[in-house]
Write a protein that binds this ligand. Structure first.
Ligand code: NAD
Ligand code: 2HG
Length: 389
């Protein structure tokens, strides 16, 4: 029986499914074989010895020490696309909130709510809250993954002109994009051409601070910046100055922090992008299914630190799952040790991702503790799992 610890509230459709499959939920993270997490920050946490996997019910994994986990043979999963529609809808809402002073108008009504003359006064007051339309504006979408692509499509349907920038887009993903999306070949081209710029990239070492003072200086005067990706992408000091002096008209962000919460002309939300019942259910179900497939079958689908391996369900027999360095000779040593142990390899898959490699073997014969120890002792091996049905 596998034990799971939830680091955050995870939708019960995911946790119930795990319970129905015989999984136990434990309070103590150190007693768990897998963690389910949303936004809890695990970066400073020790990974307990028995921890095999972490499933992020969501997209961003900057709250998880992904590479350290890889070194310890802990697979980190996320749930790509499972909350993309929810985020897309909030991004469009954020753009519309920036087009007119809808929030100011709502506040005005609230303040005047006791006035019997409110209807008459509203007709006079409303010019203060007027704005402009999204249709016909040019919107730059940085990052055309699950969310960026959906945002771009929705904007086209609303009559905006869309320019996209994503130098890492796969050919398949590019084929799926609307042909009306203009392709920016560099970031500066997009920044200087767009009335709105919306960020949909992960927070990584290479994207942190990508909206720097210099990037802001290249944006159109009076442009609107939207950030539903991560606050670390933006130099908030430079942004506050740009909002103060009118270089940027508005900043709409999903990341409330002491800097953003006090910015002039900022609309700041408390990380609501994925907070819909539908998205929470989708993420929880995907995370639970991926965990089960890994724990019970050794298959890895949608991991951010190990490559995809899928031998299908383990119907009978035994699998050996090996996490190792992606270096020459490891597979040879492993197969020799298995042959010496009198076992036969029936099926096998080996995939590497950067320096991290994973080999899943279906074997016949008796897997002894001595064999597992021998495999664990081979150079380059990080973890060995013996999976039985
Ligand atoms: N506000 C929320 O609640 C919420 C919800 C989901 C995701 N997010 C954030 O949004 C991010 C994107 O989510 P997603 O589901 O679209 O992820 P995704 O992996 O599907 O897409 C990310 C895209 O960014 C591109 N990219 C990476 N580096 C880039 C760069 N330097 N310049 C341009 N493009 C670059 C990638 O090629 C990829 O296509 C997540 O990493 C997360 O931080 C926030
Ligand atoms: O779990 C959440 O509410 C936020 C998730 C979001 O930031 C993500 O990266 O998927």
């Amino acid at each position: 029986m596998y034990c799971i610890h939830c680091m955050n509230n995870i939708s019960t459709v995911g946790t119930d499914a795990l319970e129905a499959a015989g999984y136990a939920f434990v309070e103590d993270p150190a007693a768990a074989n897998a963690w389910l997490v949303r936004s809890a920050n695990l970066n400073e946490m020790e990974m307990p010895h028995d921890l095999l996997a972490i499933a992020r019910a969501g997209a961003g994994v900057n709250n998880i020490p992904v590479e350290r986990c890889a070194q310890q043979g802990v697979v980190v999963f996320n749930t790509p696309g499972a909350n993309a529609n929810a985020v897309k809808e909030l991004v469009i809402c954020g753009m519309l909130l920036a087009c007119r002073d809808i929030i100011g108008g709502v506040e005005w009504v609230h303040e005047a709510s006791d006035d019997p003359q409110i209807a008459k006064r509203a007709e006079k007051a409303k010019k203060r809250f007027a704005g402009f339309e999204l249709a016909g504006k040019r919107v730059g979408v940085i990052g055309l993954g699950a969310i960026g692509a959906e945002v771009a499509d929705a904007l086209i349907a609303l009559g905006a002109e869309v320019m996209g920038y994503d130098p890492y887009l796969s050919i398949n993903a590019a084929w799926g994009l609307d042909r009306r999306i203009e392709h920016a070949t560099d970031l500066d081209q997009l920044l200087s051409a767009c009335d709105f710029v919306t960020l949909h990239v992960p927070a990584t070492d290479s994207t942190r601070g990508m909206i720097s003072a210099e990037a802001i200086s290249k944006m159109k005067h009076g442009a609107v910046l939207l950030n539903f990706a991560r606050d670390a992408l933006v130099d908030e000091q430079a942004l506050a100055e740009a909002l103060d002096d009118g270089k940027l008209a508005r900043y709409v962000t999903d990341f409330a922090n002491p800097a953003s919460a006090n910015m002039k002309n900022a609309i700041v939300l408390p990380h609501l992008g994925a907070s819909t019942g539908e998205a929470e259910d989708n993420c929880a179900v995907m995370a639970a299914n991926q965990l089960r497939d890994y724990l019970e079958n050794g298959n890895i689908v949608n991991s951010v630190n190990y490559g995809r391996v899928d031998l299908g369900p383990l119907v009978s027999g035994t699998r050996l799952a090996l996490f190792h360095e992606n270096v020459q000779g490891v597979i040879g040593e492993v197969s020799q040790a298995i042959a010496r142990g009198g076992l036969n390899i029936e099926n096998m898959s080996n995939v590497s991702r950067g320096a991290n490699a994973y080999t899943l073997l279906e074997v016949t014969g008796n897997v002894t503790d001595a064999l597992v120890s021998e495999l664990e002792g081979l150079t380059g091996i990080r973890r060995v799992r013996h999976i039985v049905r």
